[in-house]
Design a protein around this ligand. Structure first.
Ligand SMILES: Cc1ncc(C[n+]2csc(CCOP(=O)(O)OP(=O)(O)O)c2C)c(N)n1
Length: 679
């Protein structure tokens, strides 16, 4: 028998905690969280399977929150689940507390994702659901689990929900269950003032199983979740009609429910009487930070059940492992977070190719050697050359997740968020590609990869104006500099939050991929050329070995015989242009030239001062060449240096014409360097 009164009491308890948290911190979003409490309470007290003593259990159900502003709802249910202390709840939004304004991923405490930018949380859930299906296809249904997610009006309105809804439906992700907290209130307006779409119809058209309920009715929530758990073909959307600020009343006892004013400020500021509301919800106004005894025992009982459920599932796993030792070993390897062992030197590169083609060569080797990798492209796989991977696998499709390539369709932001979700789920390396110019469509997700310290690999090809005839819409100029800003931004572990690599030739591309695969701490960007590049000459005869120095972020690719008169520095294809310029400077002016390839300034700046000084000797003038905005290299050339770059949009014309028009020729480098040195 379901004790609905008890469930309601637990939800009311969460509402009081939510209200109290926001009152105490004098900031936050109480209204929506109070309305959504019934759903999360039913989910956590009856459906969500996890092991209370093993937060990293790989087969736990996941809960992905989309509206991070509803953090008090998550914190209060996780308090009941024993993941937070009441002191944490009291310190909501304060310096040093573990209850930040918007939740930050914290597996130990049951927070599966960082949320705040609306729309991304539920898209990460789609990624996690893909990961779950990918793993079950390889190891068996015994490891199946559910991915739950909670979305609000804001997430539904964000454009990314189109991509997430389409992909989840197309792939038939029946392991995905999404609750839509539909309270008709958002921040500035009522929802029906900005949209009149039929959300149920929209999701149905994407092949979702849609159930509409009263989202504050515990029994209806139980029934919907039961039905959703039985669904075998489609993702489920439970549209829960909820009440913003549920339980709020004014001093005179009149209702304060359903008001926009309770969305984003302490309810007292919206005219709600806190004491009357706490009483109305069955609490003690003098003691608001409290768990009702009956609620405590509800969650204690659930914890006992969960321990049994997890123990049973783990016993099943042990039995499976006994009978399938090789597979069990593989599964362990999938989740060990270590970089896969690949002999990168053995990968044969054709000389003088574009770095996107070199990337394809590496990817086709990875497809054979790394079984726990998903590569995706936003409908450009044959141009961004992620098709190198596809060549040796197949696309993931509805009902068959044995492939490892995700055709994301034209939806760059969705794709990137899905990659974050795959990485959050664990067990799988995620990489995705498109043109560098469209990184603009992905930045919100890249920023979240960086903040969450997820090792997602971004493959961005067509890295310069040499896209040529496609014209300025397709010619990245300021993009590399924007991506590199994340190299300047430290994550919460004190490391550069992104590793951005722009390799100079085919072997450096192999090394860049090696670095990306071995970087398990942060996202990596691979910025690749469309056009062929003349290889950097190997001094020792083994260019791969020399290119390994790229692991220091920047390194000398051409030493001068005597003390250099000038250092020429670039990344990517511009390095080969520097070689052309250097030949002219040596021949005509007898200058001593040192050339540096700098695939990552951020990484270079983490090297010892001695090494940095060796590469860029103080006192020696530095000239930089970049197809991006000059600021891309400003930090490397220093205050007295000079950068030749682009400070304008590109134009539509063949690439070689643009090279000449924009001065990306050996001859112009010669002239610019002469002028710079006063020669
Ligand atoms: C991408 C993004 N844009 C804007 C915001 C700011 N914001 C936070 S909540 C909110 C309103 C969302 O309303 P809804 O999702 O209905 O939440 P509820 O009012 O039910 O709490 C907005 C615009 C955000 N967090 N993320």
């Amino acid at each position: 028998m379901v004790d609905i009164k008890l469930l309601n009491s637990a939800a009311d308890n969460m509402r009081i905690l939510t209200l109290a948290m926001v009152e105490q911190s004098k900031s936050g979003h109480p209204g929506g969280a109070m309305g959504g409490a019934d759903f999360v309470n039913v989910l956590y007290s009856r459906f969500l399977n996890y092991d209370p003593s093993d937060p990293h259990w790989i087969n736990r159900d996941r809960f992905f929150l989309d509206p991070g502003h509803m953090s008090p709802m998550l914190y209060s249910v996780l308090l009941l689940a024993g993941k937070y202390e009441m002191e944490d709840i009291r310190n909501f939004r304060q310096w040093g507390s573990v209850t930040s304004g918007h939740p930050e991923v914290d597996f130990e405490r049951g927070v599966e994702n960082t949320s705040g930018p609306l729309g991304q949380g539920h898209t990460m859930a789609v990624g996690a659901a893909i990961a779950e299906r990918f793993l079950c296809a390889r190891f068996g249904e015994w490891m199946s689990h559910k991915i739950y997610t909670f979305i609000s009006d804001g997430g539904i309105q964000e454009e990314i929900s189109q991509g997430a809804g389409r992909i989840a439906g197309t792939l038939g992700l029946h392991n995905l269950i999404m609750f839509y907290d539909s309270n008709n209130i958002q921040l500035s307006t009522k929802v029906d003032e900005v949209t009149n779409e039929d959300v149920a119809m929209k999701y149905k058209s994407w092949n979702w199983n849609v159930i509409t309920i009263d989202g504050n009715n515990a029994q209806q929530i139980i029934d919907a979740l039961t039905q959703a758990n039985q669904e075998k073909e489609r993702p489920t959307l439970i549209i829960g009609k909820t009440i913003m600020g549920k339980g709020c009343i004014a001093a005179d006892g009149s209702s304060m429910e359903g008001k926009t004013s309770t969305h984003g400020q302490p309810v007292s500021a919206a005219g709600v009487c806190v004491n009357s509301t706490v009483k109305n919800l069955g609490g003690d106004p003098e003691n608001q930070f409290r768990v009702f005894p009956e609620v405590e025992s509800l969650y204690a009982k659930r914890a006992e059940e969960l321990i049994k459920i997890a123990a049973k599932k783990k016993a099943e796993q042990a039995e499976w492992a006994k009978n399938n030792p090789a597979l069990a070993q593989k599964l362990e390897k999938f989740f060990d977070k270590k970089a896969p062992l690949v002999d990168y030197e053995k990968i044969e590169q054709k000389a003088n190719q574009s770095t996107r083609a070199a990337s394809a060569t590496v990817l086709s080797a990875l497809a054979k050697e790394v079984e726990n990798m998903i590569v995706s492209s936003a409908d450009l796989s044959n141009s961004d050359k992620t098709d190198g991977f596809l060549k040796n696998t197949k696309a993931i499709v509805r009902g068959d997740f044995s492939g490892a390539f995700l055709q994301a369709g034209v939806s760059e932001l969705t794709m990137a968020c899905i990659m974050n979700g795959i990485a959050l789920h664990g067990g799988i390396i995620a990489a995705c590609g498109t043109f560098l110019v469209f990184s603009d469509y992905m930045k919100p997700a890249c920023r979240m990869s960086a903040l969450m310290q997820l090792p997602v690999i971004y493959v961005w090809s067509h890295d310069a104006f040499r896209v040529g005839e496609d014209g300025p819409t397709h010619q990245p100029v300021e993009h590399e500099a924007q991506i590199r800003l994340l190299e300047h931004l430290k994550n919460h572990s004190g490391k550069n939050s992104m590793l951005a690599l722009r390799p100079a030739d085919v072997q450096e591309t192999t090394v860049a991929w090696k670095m990306a695969m071995e970087n398990r701490d942060t996202p990596t960007a691979l910025i690749l050329s469309r056009q062929n590049i003349t290889d950097v000459p190997a001094v020792s005869g083994n260019r791969y070995k020399e290119a390994l120095s790229a692991q220091k972020g920047a390194y000398i690719v051409k030493k001068s015989k005597r003390t250099p008169d000038v250092v020429l520095i670039a990344s990517g294809s511009e390095v080969s242009t520097l070689f052309e310029g250097a030949a002219l400077l040596e021949e005509r002016k007898n200058l001593n030239i040192q050339i540096v390839s700098a695939p990552s300034e951020g990484l270079f700046r983490t090297q010892s001062k001695e090494y940095q000084e060796e590469v860029l000797p103080f006192e020696t003038p530095v000239f930089g060449l970049t197809a991006g905005v000059p600021v891309t290299l400003l930090g490397l050339v220093g205050a007295d240096g000079m950068v030749w770059g682009l400070n304008h949009f590109g134009y539509s014309a063949p690439a070689d014409i643009l090279d000449k028009k924009f001065g990306f020729t050996g001859e112009n480098i010669y002239e610019q360097v002469c002028e710079f040195l006063g020669e």
